[in-house]
Design a binder for this molecule. Sequence first.
Ligand code: BDR
Ligand code: CA
Length: 319
Amino acid sequence: MAPRPVYFDCDTGIDDALALVYLMASPEIELAGIGTVSGNIDAKQAAVNTLDLLAMGGKTEVPVAVGAMDPLTHSFSGGVPHIHGHNGVGDVELPHTDRKPETESAADMLVRLAHEHPGELDVIAIGPLTNLAIALKQDPSIAELVHEVYIMGGAALVPGNLSAVGEANIWNDPEAAQAVVEAPWQVVLVPLDVTLENAFEESDREALAASDSALNRALADILNLYFDFYVGEYGRRMCALHDPLAAAIAVGQITATRAPNVPVVVDDTQGPGRGQTICDLRGQRTGTHDVEGAHVRVVLDTDQQLGPVLLARLLDYAG
Ligand code: BDR
Ligand code: CA
């Protein structure tokens, strides 16, 4: 089967880097274009990181476009150096490529790719949703052209990670997130409910560190800082697999076993609920079912743990 075309939107980012290399290693999909956005780091540095990782993996044909530097209604607050490092990749110096980003914006790239692959393009978005919202505003018809939109974001029935109820990608640009869940396309929301249940362990990191591939060894280095951060969360060196889980569900290696289509709204008020993904899961206790007219599938369970699947695919990748 021909690989499915994907537009990938990221704020690279340590778990973004894992997701990116996983997608580079996945024959089921073809990275038709990558847009970057400010989140873990600003959009320009995210593009540098993305280009460097692509070059290390020999994927120099994949175009990268810099996207929104600021969220829709406010200025970018500067990222999270204590989690992702000052450069977004755990303060590791990757070998730098000479490749530059495209001159088109990430939103322009998404609109162009949606028209070039009508009914076929999947979107995988693992950062704040600013570029997607800008693209929808520029050309609302992309909602009919895009096949499916996979989003790492939100917290359905569990607490947030950036506020009591807000998950980072949504909390960083709630206005954009609301525009994206409101648009009439099929969204698959991969929230903290499932991403926090999937771990990469120190033994997995060590397996990458021992690999023949310089790219895998770089990932092992990059993960160090992230693993340190997670000691405060889980009591041991490991990390949750936020962005890679959304990527693996999009690729089809992981199957969502409970994922009803339900009404979802994002709180974009200025109150304590700002950034919350309010998923209407009423009436699902006696069996999962789709709500008529709803088009946001909220992933609440998956068929297997991602950690071993991710490690195997990274180790298999010749790069
Ligand atoms: C999300 O926030 C970012 O820090 C991660 O890269 C992931 O996309 C998790 O809440
Ligand atoms: Ca991310």
